[in-house]
Design a protein around this ligand. Sequence first.
Ligand SMILES: NC(=O)C1=CN([C@@H]2O[C@H](COP(=O)(O)OP(=O)(O)OC[C@H]3O[C@@H](n4cnc5c(N)ncnc54)[C@H](OP(=O)(O)O)[C@@H]3O)[C@@H](O)[C@H]2O)C=CC1
Ligand SMILES: CC(=O)N[C@@H](CCC(=O)OP(=O)(O)O)C(=O)O
Length: 345
Amino acid sequence: MNRVSIAGATGYTGIELLRLLVRHPSVRIVSLTAESHVGRNIAEVAPSLAGYLDHTLVPLDASIGQDCDILFLALPHTASMAHVPELLQGGCRIVDLSADYRLHDSQVYGEWYKTEHQNPELLKESVYGLPELHRSSIGSARLVANPGCYPTGVILAAAPLIQTGWGDADSIVADCKSGVSGAGRKLSQTTQFCEANEGVSAYGLAEHRHAPEIEQEISRLAARDITITFSPHLMPMTRGLLSTVYVNLKQEIDRDRLHEHYEAFYEKEPFVRVLPPGRFANTHFVAGSNFCDIGVQVDTRNRRAIITSAIDNLMKGASSQAVQNMNLMLGLEETVGLDTPPVFP
Ligand SMILES: NC(=O)C1=CN([C@@H]2O[C@H](COP(=O)(O)OP(=O)(O)OC[C@H]3O[C@@H](n4cnc5c(N)ncnc54)[C@H](OP(=O)(O)O)[C@@H]3O)[C@@H](O)[C@H]2O)C=CC1
Ligand SMILES: CC(=O)N[C@@H](CCC(=O)OP(=O)(O)O)C(=O)O
């Protein structure tokens, strides 16, 4: 049995990790940490897990890196990097769900996260944990940076067009809508019921910190520096993330040809479902699962591809993708513990 621990077990992604891990056949849960809930039982703070776990929440310190094989960090960004070096010294391998190790350039990190990175040398070592693009490096990694929810949806939507050079990478516009759980369990004014319910709002336009993360991966695919336009929106729903990605086509391609290309690109991917021509992504049909559904269309009048992708922000956008990464790191079947179908309705 592989020993796993979670730092930040009481947040939305931590609880979602636990939901998956309590039924995972190859792991045993060792330690669960919290910040404001230290000393309480996990089932008190996450009543959905009553009967599955009986762990007392402990504070995060270096010792938890010594008694587990895989440590998930489900902490706010900037909190992770304060602990990672000494946790790694304990001998564990880490899947970090925060943004602290996703950007390989510490200057870019400083610019977008408004603080200096505390261990920039680790940014060279960390592997960006999007299995569809980095599977071969994830298996042997000591530190995997689990992607952000928006970047997961946008990169998977755009990658097939950029890698072939059919799409003009400089023209990418990503219009995205997220459920409120994307903002985490901590209290904030924008996520209060009256503020979020029955309204849709744009936020972070032209300055959201997920833009450089998407650009890093798109630039790698395009083999040159790319900037994109990224527009996130908050939707009055609990989970789900829909991305509509616009890319100008460099040559005339019809929808069926584009669809064939997407099917071929993702043919071997267990968690990417390319929808039949004429169907577009819908967050309802991926909820609670590790799937990313992708629907393609061509706006022939404007010679532009319109790609839609849907994920569950807490699953493929965070916790189930983290388990997918863990499976690869442990040399397990990639789909173990992740084969639950989506919840509908
Ligand atoms: N929500 C989402 O859809 C996604 C989130 N992420 C990222 O995953 C990480 C976790 O997100 P999420 O679960 O939503 O966040 P939450 O706010 O729901 O949970 C945060 C967790 O971290 C603990 N914590 C808070 N501050 C500290 C600290 N300074 N030191 C140690 N522990 C601390 C909290 O403990 P306590 O409850 O005891 O206070 C809690 O367990 C974040 O970096 C987030 O950006 C990534 C993709 C999607
Ligand atoms: C709705 C909402 O607020 N979403 C979050 C993104 C969640 C996520 O993926 O964030 P990390 O990069 O921190 O992991 C946001 O816009 O900041």
